[in-house]
Design a protein around this ligand. Sequence first.
Ligand SMILES: Cc1cc2nc3c(=O)[nH]c(=O)nc-3n(C[C@H](O)[C@H](O)[C@H](O)COP(=O)(O)O)c2cc1C
Length: 409
Amino acid sequence: MSRRFPRPRDFLPLLKFKRPTLNPTRRRLEKALTIDDLRTIAKRRTPKAAFDYTDGSADDEISLTRAREAFRDITFHPAILRDVSTVDTTVNVLGRTAALPFGIAPTGFTRMMQTEGEIAGASAAEAAGVPFSLSTMGTTSIEEVAAAAPNGRNWFQLYMWKDRDRSMALVDRAERAGFDTLLVTVDVPVARARLRDTRNGMTIPPTLTPRTVINALPRPAWWMNFLTTEPLAFASLDTWSGTVADLLDTMFDPTVTFEDLAWIKNQWPGKVVVKGVQNVADAVRLAEMGVDAVLLSNHGGRQLDRAPVPFHLLPEVRKEVGDAVELHLDTGIMSGQDIVAALALGADFTYVGRAYLYGLMAGGRRGVDHTIGILQGQIERTMRLLGVTSVAELQPEHVTQLQRLTARG
Ligand SMILES: Cc1cc2nc3c(=O)[nH]c(=O)nc-3n(C[C@H](O)[C@H](O)[C@H](O)COP(=O)(O)O)c2cc1C
């Protein structure tokens, strides 16, 4: 092998110095190619108690682990030689078009994760043309969300609590503020056991103890934001100081039944989604009641641990309810591939909870935009690689669910 001196003519074209990104948030987000990457950044930047409140789930966290595994345990079946130069990701959900087949799930106490909270979520959703859901336990008021995303599609999530009049007063406010859909969450008859929160001594609002102060030292930006912006509080509820579990147990009404749901449905002029459905019989009963959508969900694994994986329930529920009702799904979605798989197996629409919150914690509004951008890119690429150009073309034949656990008997 003969060698020679490197010649500038040869190596200069190889030098590609990128102009540095000066904005630190942008620089940070550029490195995140996946939702997992955003989670890593979020963990670094957020105090442990707030990060664990978001990232954690109930008891042994088996529900969430299984839900995420279920999405990975699939095979996609592509078709070849199709013209996939353009791809249409729009769907019709509850009577209107959404630009992408997912929306933002309702999450409580969002400004604790990052101070821009629901405003970042609602405005990013508006810009992307997808629905945003505000939780009863939100930290931004109904009216503020409406003002932040006046052209967005805002949905309100209702927890029925013991004081019916106050629950329904919130529903009235949501209607007046132009929210067009009510998500009634039905999987919280009582609070779950959130072990990470208990171990962290997590309280609302977060308290400064020697432990939290030490944990705060490497996360100055979060604390700076926290201490220099509007104090953290539930926007729709009275102030509370104590643990989340105690709050839930004092508030939530374990006597709520299908009759109460029918009553709520009668009060609300818009669309009704029932969130937290976990078996075929309940889905069929709700379809018969005439709700607009059934949302298969185990609350991101935050309620009953070892609950069924919603993604596993999907094919059978779809078979049983037919086209009588829209079928929505959440829990465990960490990529656009997960969303495509859910759509192929019969979901009409999906929601992301933590994927949105990881983006929020990693970079506020820009971080939420980044989450949406990552998911959109993954959805479009996966559809093209499958040989489909519209969501309606996604069919069960495109996905096989692999069985990791098999029920006995
Ligand atoms: C931090 C956090 C708070 C949540 N708060 C609520 C809530 O107030 N109301 C509700 O119906 N669901 C709530 N959820 C559940 C989400 O709406 C959604 O069902 C779940 O996050 C979906 O799973 P994923 O996080 O894997 O996407 C919360 C989830 C998280 C992670």
